[in-house]
Each structure stands twice: as C-alpha cells, then as structure tokens.
Design a protein around this ligand. Structure first.
Ligand code: ANZ
Ligand code: ZN
Length: 827
C-alpha cells in the first residue's frame, strides 16, 4: 500500500487562503436564523513573537468557537491588540525605535503567526488600541464618564527620578532608576481618577449573578471591593482643636481603646507633630518606612513600628486622655486612615502596645465561660464597659451606633477597600487624556467633535520631566473649548487598562465612526458568552471592564450591565519547571514548531497535554504522538476511502454484529467527543478521537477481503470516516478540510453540522451473569454492559449493581471472572 504524503505545509496554506477568500470566519450582525455566540480570548499585548504557551490559550478559544459554529450558532470570534504600553516606550528610550514602528512590527508578527495557526478570527473586525480610530473612542468614553461626574483630580504618589522624571513601578528597581541608577523618590502629583467606588455596591451585588464564573474569581472580586460594615467615631484632639474620625468594625471594644494610631502619611499626623515640635522625627520615620508596600506594612506577622506624637485625644465615652501614635501598620488609603487602638482584642494593636508599653485592657469575655487570653479577637460578652457590661457584642454594637448618632459623634458606616481608579500616566505611548487647561475656565473637557486628540508622532524620549507630551509645543498649545482663548493640553496619557476595559464592545461594531459602537449592535452581541483568559486579570481588567459597562448602562448607552456571562481561566504552560516566558529563556517558538509539525499538530498537542484549566508541562513525546496520529489518519483515508466513496448512506437498522460494532464505535466516538467538548475536557476529546480512529481502522483491517465488499459495511466505514473528520475539525481544521474535500464533500467542513449521537448504539449487549457466593452458585442477574467501557469501568458498574441487589448481605469483594461467573465473597 502506497503511503500518501501528509504535506501539512501545503495543506495548511491552501485552506487558510480558501477560508480567507470565502470570508469563512465572518460574523453576521443580526442573523435572524441562528442564536448568537460571542467567544473571546483576552487580546494580547504584542511584543516579540508568540510562543507555544500563547498558542495553547488561543487554541482553546478557537476550538470553542469552531464547535459553536458547527452547532448552528452565529459566532463572533474576534481578535485585536492591546497595543499601547510601556515596553514600546522603553524600546524607544533604549534603542531609539519609535514606539509606533516597534508596535506595528510586533502586531504584524503576531497576526501572521495567529493566521498560520488557523485561528478562525473575523479579521475584518480587528482592533488596535493604538490606532486613532480606536483611541478616539477611548477618549469619548472618558468624556462620557466626565460628563457623569465620574472623573476628578487628586494628589497621588509617583516614583520620581531627578534625571528621568516619573517612573512606572517596573522602572524603579529596589528604589533606583532603571536608566541612571539614581535614587527614586516618592513624590505627590496631581492626577486623574475615575470614580469606580461610585459603583462599589452595584459591582459587588452583581457578582452573585455571575454564575458562569469560577468561584475563586468571584471571591477575589468580592475581596477586592472589600465591603465592611462598621462604625465611625470622632475623637477630640485638644492640642490642635480638631477632632479625628476612626473607622472600626468592633465598636463593642470601644471601652478598651488605649491609644489612637494615625497613618504616617496622614495630613493630621503632620499637623499634630508640628504642634508638638516633632515634625522632623515624623519625616525621618516616614522616609524609613517608605520602602515597604501596603501589603508588607499591614501584614500581621511583621514587627510594627511607630512614634509617639506627644499629643493626646479624648475618649468620646469615658472622657479619658489617650496617647496619639503614628504607626506604620495604619494605611492612609483605608477607612479614615486612623485606627482606635484596642490591644486587648486586635492582634496588630496588641503587638504594637506590647512593644511600646501601652496599657492593654480586657473588654470582651468569651461566652464559653473559660477565661480568655489576650489578645482575644472573638465575640462574646462586653465587660469593663460601664453600662454596656454584660451585653452581647452584637447588641452592644447596635446600641453604640445609636448612642454615637444621638450625640452627633458617629454612627454606623460602610467602608470599601476598593479605591478609585488612578488612570493618569506620565508617559507618551498611550491615549492622550482629552482635557484642556485654561487659565480662565480651569481644566475643561475637549469637545466630542474635536476627537481624537491625536498623539503627536514626535516627542523627546530622552527626558520625561513633566511628561513626554509636554516636549511637543504643537501638541500642548491649543485653544480652550469653552472660551476660545489660548490654553494648554493635558500631557498625561491613560493607563492601558482603560483601553482594554471596552475593546470587547468595539468588536460588536468596529467600523462605526460616530460613536464607540451602535447600541443595537452591542445589545445584539453582548454579553460575551465565553471569555477566556489568565487568572492574573481576575480583579484589575475584569473589574474595570465591569465598571465601564455599569457606567455606560447608567448613561443609557447600553442596555446590559455585565459584560462576561461565562469566564474560563486557563492554566499555564511550563517547560523545564518554569512558566514558559521569554525572560525564563525556555520558550518554544510558534514559528519553529509550525515549520516542523504544522498548525494541526500544534493545536492538537496543546490540548492533549492536559485539561485546559490546569498548568501543564511541555512534553516532547506527546508531540510525535499527535503528529503520527494525523499522518496515519491522512494515509488511511487516502488508501481506503476511494473504495467506499460511492456507497449509499447507511440508513437502516443494523442486521448483524459487524454492523452493530461499527455503529457502536462511531456513536461512542460522537458521544465521548461531544461530552468532553461540552465539559471543556479537550485532552479527553483528543484521546476520544484517537480511540475512534483506531476502532474504525482496526475493525476494517480485521475484516476479510470478501466482507470489505459488503456494501452495508462500506457505507458504515464511509459514515464513520466522515463523522471522524467532522469531530476532528474544531481541533485540527486544515487536515479535516483537506480530507473532506478528498472525500468529495461539498462546502467547508467547518460549516458542516456537528454529528449527533444515537444513544441506542452505545449499549452493545445485555449479558446474563451467574452469581456465586463463596464459590457456590446462587443466582443469575441481568447486567447491561456498555461495551465502550473498559474492564475497570465495567467492573465498577457491576459491583454497584450487585451490591444493591445483595444489600442485606455483607459483601466484601466482587470479582468478575473470565467465564462471566461473578464470584462474590461474603461473610
Ligand atoms: C478597633 C478594633 C478592635 C478593630 C478590634 C478590630 C478589632 P476590615 O474588617 O478590613 O474593614 N483599620 C481601620 N482602618 C485602618 C487602616 N487605615 N489601616 C489599618 N487598619 C485599619 O477592618 C476594619 C478594622 O481594621 C478596624 O476595626 C480597624 O481596627 C482596622 F478588636 O478598630 B478595628
Ligand atoms: Zn477657557
């Protein structure tokens, strides 16, 4: 038998060209005949080229998209590029390449690699966030948010190098500038914020509706929003004649307060320290702790540090004086930035009080009667708490809230951990923030009709003092959109998280020029039905995207609020024990792999390594296995199919065991492939395809020559092979199309309907078993045996059935013996 040559290169180019010519991946707006399905893989930041880890993610999305298509959905499967960002700008600084040419080159490389892999994207909907016709609408959305009162300016710290201006976190390594090694300072700078906290409650509440999301991501979002119910209380500070508020979740411990702790960055700390002559002490302290992150500072295990301010506050209920400390574990950004110190019942306060010899009081006793050891952080009964003593904590909190409210010094309060969204970046390669500074009118928004505010092509990359855009006078000098007098443009650009918070909306209507999209297009395609991406975006990107949709919904621009109906977080690809990445130097390039094995093998192996949600390890061996499988399939179809090509369709009931066996093989294949596709166990899908092929080819090869002339058997083999090709098509689409055409079939296989399983053929036989107990024959029973099951599964099935039949006996072990006598060992 002559082996047909599996020329994967020729085949793959041929079908990619044909798909493109036929615009086979095009999504049709408002198809009335089909339900819609919007499949989306998080779009990439283009840099360098793709490796096999990336390819795995896109393969998952593409297999899902192709599967939906074959099941009769109108599929939107788009791709785009998150093309603004830091690395392009760093390349400009280091190597003198313009960020635009650096980015465009990377985009072209990515695009050609994605095409080589046969991904079925609707390329006519490509978006690039750095293109003016895209960022024009990023600016439009910013103006819309501004119009809604959701944009404001506030001081926030930045990393600052004397020589090189504002640095991104990645550009300051251990407090030194990445370019000159100069020391990096924290500097306060007025910047633009978006009021995400306005939607905190709504975003939190709607998490309950996101049933298609992994639970751990929902938990991460809840924690990020971090809603806390508690109490606000004011403490008087006589030395500066002001009062300060604290936020506490444990008002019931208020009689145990022995100090106040203020965040070092708090403006009140400054004021109090000045009043008591301790300003330079405070500044030194601040400098010392500025190298620690918020997480480090608030960690319970870490040793706490503080300074005494020399001032005292008045306890609002007892009237006693308590010392005011500045403490590093109190964060400026949470609550009021001031904590009432209760060392008896809070672990961090306890460590702090022990270290600085501050009194520790017990004001809560546990209800189990045992004497509690301090710090006791649980609930129970209030003690040493004046008239509240003896009260349960919950009741105490309620009463205290009422009391504080009555006296006008506090009351119940809700606190969010979530912060507003800092969107200002002092960088060049981003979306210019469309605001104008006018001496008369202040900062005013640019008019919608003047968008886009174009990013100038030429700026100074050498220095970033005042932002790079500031170096281009043509950009900076403009006229005020309100009064028409000369004015200056904002020189900050937006964080790229803004760009990516709405790209999925643009895909719905990517060429519309007078708004980000038309409402009816977005309403038709949204929400995204299957969103696939990395767990690293569990809060940032996903929360910002949700926020934008909630805000646009409130603005009346869209009719839905939640953008992502289902979310799938894929695992990562490892090689030599580390995540595959350029920085680890363990990358297998997509181009090299495609040259050696082709896209169909690449797609198959990246699914075969393991379940898509799991991290998997690169294995060379599997690659050869998949490649050989496709080669064998190719040559089997070439050698056998011509002999069965003109058989009539098989459409009658099976007449003999051979027919029943073929039907069983085919329908078990359909069943197992469908089942695993539905459950996203694509590694099982691949092995089920292999089992199906082996089943068909083995059964055919084992027929006698005369049997192979049986027209009914020929029909069955034909049906089996065509079914196999359809089942294979989402995973390895090129070879499937090629063999489909070879088999004389009409149209693209990618548009053929997915095979349906006939459950009748899953069961092969009903077998009567004899049962013996302790070797003595006892009974007979009828067991339906699923012949697709291997021996292990069959045994388990039988054991269960036998156990239920003999439930009154004490069965120890059930053994299926070859002569089909089931021996049961019983006591
Ligand atoms: C007194 C107290 C007594 C507290 C007690 C706890 C136990 P969650 O649940 O996360 O909202 N806190 C408030 N603001 C803070 C800040 N800016 N930095 C660090 N800690 C701060 O936590 C609320 C509790 O965290 C508050 O309740 C406060 O300590 C502390 F037995 O107040 B508690
Ligand atoms: Zn003006």
């Amino acid at each position: 038998m002559k082996m047909a040559d599996y020329d994967f290169k020729g085949i793959e180019t041929k079908w990619q060209e044909r798909w493109a010519r036929a615009r086979a991946f095009r999504a049709k707006d408002f198809d009335p005949d089909k339900p819609k399905a919007y499949i989306l893989v998080m779009f990439p930041y283009p840099s360098g080229d793709l490796h096999m880890g990336h390819l795995r993610n896109y393969t998952i999305g593409d297999v899902v998209a192709r599967y939906y298509r074959m099941r009769g959905f109108n599929v939107l499967n788009p791709m785009g590029f998150d093309a603004f960002g830091l690395p392009a700008e760093q390349a400009a600084i280091k190597r003198g390449v313009h960020p635009r040419s650096w980015t465009n080159e990377a985009v072209e490389t990515y695009k050609s690699q994605l095409m080589r892999a046969g991904f079925s994207y609707d390329w006519e909907r490509l978006v690039n966030t750095s293109a003016p016709d895209y960022y024009k609408f990023t600016q439009w959305i910013f103006l819309k948010l501004h119009e809604m009162g959701l944009v404001y300016r506030k001081e926030a710290p930045v990393n600052y190098c004397e020589e090189h201006g504002v640095l991104a976190d990645e550009e300051s390594a251990n407090g030194f500038c990445w370019q000159c090694g100069g020391e990096v300072q924290r500097k306060m700078l007025s910047q633009w914020f978006i009021k995400t906290t306005e939607f905190a409650d709504e975003l939190l509440h709607q998490i309950n509706e996101l049933e298609g999301w992994p639970e751990r991501v929902r938990v991460m979002q809840r924690n990020w929003i971090g809603r806390s119910v508690g109490t606000r209380v004011a403490f008087e500070i006589p030395s500066i004649r002001r009062s300060v508020e604290v936020f506490t979740t444990r008002a019931d411990t208020i009689f145990g307060v022995t100090f106040l702790a203020i965040s070092p960055e708090h403006e009140l700390a400054e004021e109090i320290a000045r009043a008591s002559g301790k300003l330079s002490l405070l500044h030194k302290f601040r400098e010392r702790i500025s190298k620690f992150s918020a997480i480090e500072r608030s960690a319970e295990e870490r040793e706490k540090e503080g300074i005494y301010t020399g001032a005292t506050a008045v306890h609002p209920l007892t009237g006693k004086e308590i010392p005011i400390w500045v403490a590093d574990y109190v964060l400026l950004e949470y609550g009021t930035g001031v904590v009432m110190g209760v060392p008896g019942h809070d672990r961090r306060d306890f460590l702090f009080a022990e270290k600085y010899r501050i009194p520790i009081l017990k004001v809560i006793e546990s209800t189990d009667g045992e004497r509690t050891k301090l710090p006791y952080t649980g609930y129970g009964i209030m003690v040493n708490s004046e008239e509240f003593s003896g009260m349960e904590c919950g009741d105490g909190i309620r009463l205290l809230n009422e009391l504080l409210e009555e006296r006008g010094i506090g009351g119940s309060a809700i606190q969010y951990r979530m912060r507003d969204w800092l969107v200002s970046r002092q960088r060049y390669w981003g979306v210019p923030i469309p605001m104008v500074w006018c001496d008369l009118c202040g900062p005013v928004p640019e008019k919608y009709e003047n968008l886009p505010v174009l990013l100038p092509e030429t700026v100074e990359f050498t220095s970033a003092l005042g932002g790079r855009l500031a170096s281009n006078p043509e950009f900076v000098n403009t006229t005020c959109p309100v009064c028409g007098k000369p004015a200056k443009r904002e020189t900050d650009t937006m964080s790229t998280f803004v760009d990516s918070a709405w790209y999925f909306l643009r895909f719905c209507d990517p060429h519309w020029d007078s708004a980000p999209f038309r409402e009816e297009h977005a309403n038709y395609w949204m929400p995204v039905d299957e969103y696939i991406g990395g767990i690293e975006h569990a809060v940032g990107h996903l929360l910002y995207s949700r926020f934008i949709c909630h805000a646009l919904n409130r603005a009346g621009v869209i009719s839905f609020r939640e953008p992502f109906k289902k979310l799938f977080t894929q695992g990562m690809l490892y090689k030599d024990g580390a995540k595959m990445s350029k920085s680890k130097g363990n990358v297998v390039s997509v181009d090299v792999f495609l040259d050696n094995y082709g896209a169909d093998t690449a797609r198959m192996i990246s699914l075969f390594w393991g379940p898509p949600e799991r991290d998997v390890e690169w294995q060379e061996g599997g690659v050869e296995g998949c490649f050989r499988f496709l080669k064998r399939l190719f040559s089997f179809v070439h050698s056998v199919y011509p002999g069965v090509a003109d058989s009539a369709p098989y459409d009658v009931e099976p007449r003999d065991d051979v027919e029943r066996e073929f039907l069983h093989i085919i329908h078990t294949g359909i069943h197992d492939v469908t089942d695993s596709m539905d459950g996203w166990h694509f590694n099982t899908t691949v092995s089920s395809l292999m089992v199906l092929f082996n089943g068909l080819s083995d059964r055919w090869d084992s027929l006698q020559d005369k049997q192979r002339q049986n027209p009914r058997y020929k029909s069955l083999l034909k049906e089996g092979l065509l079914t196999l090709l359809k089942l294979l098509s989402p995973i390895s689409p090129h070879i499937a199309e090629e063999l489909w055409e070879f088999a004389g079939q009409e149209g693209f296989i990618m548009h053929a309907p997915f095979p349906a399983c006939d459950e009748r053929f899953l069961l092969r036989a009903e077998v009567e078993y004899g049962i013996s107990i302790n070797g003595r024959p006892r009974d007979t029973m009828l067991v339906k045996v699923d012949a697709s099951d291997d021996e292990v599964r069959r045994l388990a099935l039988e054991q269960d059935r036998i156990r239920t039949l003999l439930k009154d006996k004490h069965v120890i072990k059930v053994i299926v013996v070859p002569n089909r006598l089931v021996n049961i060992v019983a006591e």
